[in-house]
Design a protein around this ligand. Structure first.
Ligand code: KG4
Ligand code: ZN
Length: 335
């Protein structure tokens, strides 16, 4: 038939995921989250690769079965080429190449960051071009001007840490588990965001920097703990609320600047940190002020998933943008 059936693979970090898109509709998005990293306070690359290796076949099988599709019906296979962890990416890339070879179907490479943005086209409502997307996760912090499905320009990004990393490192200093972002969010809801002030790093243009605030929090806590060893436990909610407030206002300040600069009123957010309730509330308030239309994908499609890779794969299939077997993973892949 003329139906476009894409199998997509995502393995850039610590989720092994497979999804199917039929004519641009994502049918089944299977995600195996690796719990092995929790004991280490962060993703351990070597362990991630091994877990991908174990998970990839069952995850792909489940995606095909769930979508009720036989592998021989597939039109193409899409995979995350980068950016991400080399060993992790290699598992997905090798699996996708072997599948394309065995089934004699086209192979499609996908940029993980572009895919995060294309996740907005999985469900309704969909943003209209041009729009700005703030992609915020454990590995990325970018403002992207999206002119068309595959035509995007990074207009601002972090020069050091990602904002999710700042959330996670702050959580670690407070003695919360990993990943700490969701925990900070939960405790912040009971705290006073104005209680403590942390120095924000001023950056030129639309650039971000989140490494300074990490050090600021570290020194602040060290000094307070010298005076009162129970400082953290007695002020936990206010600390979380104040840290979150600082990070969120840094994010939104540049987003507003970008929207004014590019005269765009369609604003999207993507990535794991877009789950943050403080960010969502502040974004909605700002949207009212600035007359923006805001788009936030379902949580399933905010964090790393193959549904977004399938969506990107579909758009590339329509343009016949295929790659051959000489392709390899690209850990520092740019747009
Ligand atoms: O997109 P994602 O699942 O993986 C990548 O890093 O690509 O994002 C994970 C990041 C982690 O840093 C995690 O702490 C953060 O997203 N995160 C949150 C929340 N939920 C996830 N940060 C703040 N508040 C949340 N509710
Ligand atoms: Zn991601």
């Amino acid at each position: 038939s003329a139906d476009i059936k894409i199998l997509a693979i995502e393995s850039s970090c610590d989720e092994t995921s497979a999804a199917i898109a039929v004519n641009g509709k994502v049918l089944n998005n299977i995600i195996a989250t690796q719990s092995v990293h929790e004991n280490y306070g962060g993703v351990v690359p070597e362990l991630a690769s091994r877990a991908h290796q174990l998970n990839i076949v069952p995850v792909v099988d489940q995606a095909l079965k769930g979508a009720n599709i036989d592998k021989n019906e597939l039109s193409a296979v899409a995979f995350t080429r980068g950016p991400g962890l080399m060993g992790a990416l290699l598992v997905g890339a090798s699996f996708a190449k072997a599948t394309a070879l065995a089934l004699d179907i086209p192979l499609i490479e996908v940029n993980h960051m572009q895919a995060h943005i294309l996740a907005h086209f999985i469900d309704d409502p969909k943003p209209k071009f041009p729009f700005l997307c703030l992609t915020v996760s454990g590995g990325h912090t970018q403002i992207v001007l999206v002119k068309d499905f595959l035509e995007m320009e990074v207009v601002g990004e972090t020069q050091d840490d990602a904002v999710g990393e700042a959330f996670d490192k702050a959580a670690k200093m407070l003695g919360l588990g990993y990943p700490g972002g969701p925990m900070v969010d939960r405790l912040a809801q009971k705290g006073n965001p104005m209680r403590f002030e942390f120095p924000k790093t001023e950056m030129p243009g639309l650039s971000y920097s989140f490494s300074g605030i990490k050090t600021g929090i570290l020194y602040f806590l060290r000094d307070e703990l010298k005076k009162d060893e129970k400082f953290i436990e007695d002020n936990m909610n206010d600390l979380c609320a104040s840290i979150q407030h600082t990070l969120v206002s840094m994010l939104l300040q540049k987003l507003r600047k970008a929207a004014r600069q590019y005269k765009v009123d369609q604003i999207a957010i993507a990535g794991g940190v877009s789950a943050n309730s403080g960010l969502r509330n502040a974004l909605n308030d700002l949207a009212t002020q600035e007359n923006w239309q805001v788009y936030i994908p379902a949580f399933e499609y905010c964090t790393d998933n193959a549904g977004m890779i399938a969506m990107a794969g579909h758009f590339k299939y329509q343009k016949q943008e295929f790659v051959d077997q000489s392709i390899s993973a690209l850990p520092r892949m740019k747009f």
